[in-house]
Design a protein around this ligand. Structure first.
Ligand code: SF4
Ligand code: MG
Length: 329
């Protein structure tokens, strides 16, 4: 399998306004030194509670917010070193779909104008061929031709997301970052949009980075899953391994809170104490130690590295070998 995107030591620290000049500068370490890759044609999901850094990771890759440090290789080029015009060219390859397409669709533009503008900016389709291309795009996302002359507010939430997808597709992207792309939709509409994304992925060899807090959505769409907690990756595995035999205590806690389709895999509910600590002042050592039912002295002192525990199954926990026997099997 070919690697399409390689993220190395990505950090995103946001400075916090301090009261006086004499106070030391403080930072929210929203993403703190994470490395991972995406294979061509796969869907990698990032899951975690709000504030874990999953959206920040997506935005940093796209340079919507300039990351503090790290490298992001896309087709062997470090995106973070590209200048503005190189970056503009690359925008066609990297597209994004947000939770609320309404917010990103200009209410005063018809769908025709919206799609036309996307193609014009990236110069992917010559003017004379754009009409044909628009009709093609509507067909791909399952919207009628009449949609072209209508405005975003005339569509339902699911239809608007189809428009968002058509706009992303218009420029022939390779990678689409979906940030909570179906989170605002009803469950039945969610399934339709997820199935549409899967169909389009096959048809156009798309790669998805799928950001979501919703584990049932993630279970539906992913090939691999990455779990984040307070700016760190705690586990990455193929979907089946992650859902059937999660290894990190945090992943176990997340999963134990959702209904299990296979009752044989029913696991004990792990209840976490307290809330997610502030990323302004994250716990020392393992960031999860303040809530982990298995935390020991070492966890407060040493940060656990992300290690490959089983084939392609990476976990950051000092005691995973021991816990593996206790909790998941
Ligand atoms: Fe829990 Fe310690 Fe493992 Fe962190 S390193 S998940 S605190 S057992
Ligand atoms: Mg978010």
């Amino acid at each position: 399998k070919k690697v399409l995107l390689q993220v190395e030591n990505l950090k995103q620290y946001f400075p916090v306004k301090t009261e006086s000049l004499f106070q030391p500068k403080t930072y929210v370490k929203a993403v703190d030194d994470i490395s991972f890759h995406l294979f061509e044609g796969e869907t990698l999901s990032i899951v975690g509670e709000s504030g874990c850094g999953k959206s920040t990771t997506g935005r940093a890759i796209l340079r919507l917010d300039e990351p503090t440090s790290g490298k992001v290789y896309f087709s062997d080029e470090n995106i973070l070193e590209l200048n503005k015009s190189q970056m503009r060219k690359l925008r066609g390859d990297l597209q994004v779909i947000f939770q609320d397409p309404f917010a990103s669709l200009n209410p005063r533009q018809t769908i025709k104008q919206i799609l036309n503008e996307a193609m014009a900016i990236q110069q992917v389709v010559p003017k004379a061929k754009r009409m044909d291309r628009m009709l093609e795009l509507l067909g791909y996302v399952g919207l009628p031709v009449e949609a072209l002359d209508r405005y975003p507010h005339e569509f339902s939430g699911g239809q608007r997301q189809r428009i968002g997808i058509a706009r992303a597709l218009a420029v022939n992207p390779k990678l689409i970052i979906c940030d909570e792309a179906v989170s605002a939709l009803d469950v039945s509409i969610q399934a339709q949009i997820l199935n549409l994304l899967k169909k389009l992925q096959k048809q156009f060899q798309l790669t998805f980075l799928f950001i979501s807090h919703d584990l049932s959505v993630v279970r539906h769409i992913s090939d691999r899953v990455m779990v984040m907690y307070l700016g760190k990756i705690v586990e990455i595995a193929e979907k089946k391994a992650l859902f059937d035999s999660p290894l990190h205590p945090y992943t176990n806690a997340l999963l134990s809170a959702i209904p299990v389709p296979n009752p044989e895999l029913k696991r004990e509910r792990i209840l976490l104490k307290g809330d997610v600590p502030s990323p302004l002042n994250p716990p020392t050592g393992c960031r999860f130690h303040t809530r982990c039912p298995f935390a020991a002295e070492k966890c407060k002192l040493e940060e656990p590295p992300l290690r490959e525990i089983e084939n392609k199954h990476f976990v950051s926990c000092h005691f995973v070998e021991k816990l593996y026997l206790t909790i998941s099997h």
